[in-house]
Design a binder for this molecule. Structure first.
Ligand SMILES: [Zn+2]
Length: 311
């Protein structure tokens, strides 16, 4: 009895999911309308069982893709309420799945309904029923226009990202693309750490806008207070070498930690001061685990000078 109850409950949740997507997603309503139109068309034209299966597959695929897309969007919003290049990548990819399903659905409609209508036109011409053949032609035309609108609609997923955020994404990709390389440099830098008190090495590799890499490692002190972290060593060293504040592309930090290392509050504040807010920060550990984040994500609402004041 309990099994039946839980089975019924899971169905109810699934139904809630469909109702949620229908009430919140404009595209979902469109897919449902298109599905009803396809069913009506199938009935009117009296298509065979095999053709019906293809139409059914197209309907189920499109609606399932839209449901997955909605679920992905909500999950991403939950884990990353702010705009983030990786969140955008996840959402865009999920939307692309809907587009792929929609293109398939349009192709099925054109092939199935188009071939049936074409047969009718040929028959009509043979039987010389001119009015009926014109009606069939009109049907094909309406179908084609509908198909175009459908594809256009599926493409119309608005991302709403500004140019600046897109640049941020570009930077993120550039930093991400060199993540492995920068982490290797960070590992090398870590070998130079002066850590006789903690025996805990940390290395950093900072990439500037000219493509030069600046190294950093932790440098400890018996008085503890003067100890400097790897991230700050790399940043201070780069500034001393002539790199202007803000002219950095990415930083990789590595330590012998269980999870990817995470910068201390002081280093986050220094990064917020000297690095662009959307700059990628690649965090790693000695066993190869990685985490990609940004300066502003590490320190939201950072206290810093405006760009004009800084330059
Ligand atoms: Zn630190």
């Amino acid at each position: 009895m309990n099994t039946i109850k839980s089975f019924a409950r899971s169905f109810r949740w699934a139904f809630h999911g469909v109702a949620y997507a229908l009430s919140t997603q404009r595209n979902m309503r469109f897919h449902f309308a298109a599905a009803i139109a396809a069913v009506v068309f199938s009935l009117v034209l009296g298509i065979g069982p095999l053709e019906s299966l293809w139409v059914l597959l197209a309907i189920v695929m499109t609606i399932a893709a839209e449901l997955w897309n909605t679920a992905t969007e909500k999950l991403v919003d939950l884990s990353m309420p702010k705009r983030h290049p990786l969140a955008k990548a996840a959402k865009d990819t999920a939307a692309a799945a809907v587009l792929a399903a929609a293109v398939f659905a349009v192709a099925v409609c054109i092939i199935v309904f188009g071939s049936v209508l074409l047969d009718r036109i040929m028959d009509d011409a043979y039987m010389s029923g001119t009015i009926a053949s014109q009606a069939a032609l009109l049907g094909v035309l309406v179908l084609l226009i509908g198909a175009v609108i459908y594809v256009r609609f599926a493409q119309a997923y608005q991302t709403g990202y500004t140019r600046k955020q897109q640049e941020g994404e570009y930077k993120m990709n550039a930093g991400e693309g060199r993540a492995e390389e920068l982490l290797q440099h960070a590992r090398e830098a870590g070998k130079r750490a002066y850590a006789p008190y903690s025996n805990f090495w940390v290395g950093a590799a900072l990439l500037d806008q000219h493509g030069h890499i600046h190294y950093g490692c932790n440098v400890e002190n018996s008085a503890y207070g003067p100890t400097n972290c790897a991230e700050r060593t790399a940043l201070f060293r780069a500034i001393a070498d002539g790199v202007k504040a803000g002219h950095f592309q990415a930083i990789a930090v590595m330590g012998d930690t269980e999870e990817p290392i995470t910068p201390c509050g002081t280093c986050r504040q220094v990064m917020a001061e000297l690095c662009p807010p959307d700059m990628p920060v690649i965090l790693g550990n000695a066993s190869g685990k990685q985490r990609l984040t940004t300066v502003s994500d590490l320190l939201p609402g950072a206290f810093r000078l405006t760009k004009e004041e800084q330059l």
